[in-house]
Each structure stands twice: as C-alpha cells, then as structure tokens.
Design a protein around this ligand. Structure first.
Ligand code: SF4
Length: 73
C-alpha cells in the first residue's frame, strides 16, 4: 500500500483524520490534511481505504493490492 495526497484539493473536512488518525492529521494552520506515514502498516489499511472513500474532495489516493493479496509491504 502506498498513500498519496493532493493537498490542493483538500477542503479540510477532516474525515480522513477521524477515520485513520494513525495515518492522517490536519494542519493546525489551515486545516488541510497531513500525511503521517506514506506506507501504513497492515492493521491500518482498511481505515485508509475507508478514508479515501469518505474524502469529499477525492484528495486521497491509495495504490496497491487489496489487503488480503498485498504482500508487497
Ligand atoms: S477527508 Fe479529504 S478533504 Fe477532508 S481533510 Fe482529509 S483529505 Fe482533506
């Protein structure tokens, strides 16, 4: 799994930080997303996928195979 962000699209809704707080945070200056780790460990992967789905701005991209098939980490 490899996570990337488009901070220019982020509207600071905060769903990502609520859904996967080990991976996403919000910039205290402008409220936009901050990525805490680009390659989250296995236990955080479902939450990262959920955060990407919930993001209203489509700012989160997740690359990599589904959890059960991902042996690339
Ligand atoms: S959910 Fe999307 S729009 Fe909201 S803070 Fe996270 S990346 Fe930004």
């Amino acid at each position: 799994m490899d996570v990337s962000l488009d901070r220019d699209r982020c509207v600071g809704a905060g769903m990502c930080a609520l859904t996967a707080p080990e991976v996403f945070d919000q910039d205290p200056e402008d409220g936009r997303v901050l990525l805490l780790t680009r390659r989250p460990p296995d236990p955080h992967r479902p939450a990262v996928h959920e955060a990407a789905l919930l993001c209203p701005a489509g700012a989160i991209s997740v690359l990599g195979r589904p959890v059960a098939d991902d042996t690339s980490a």
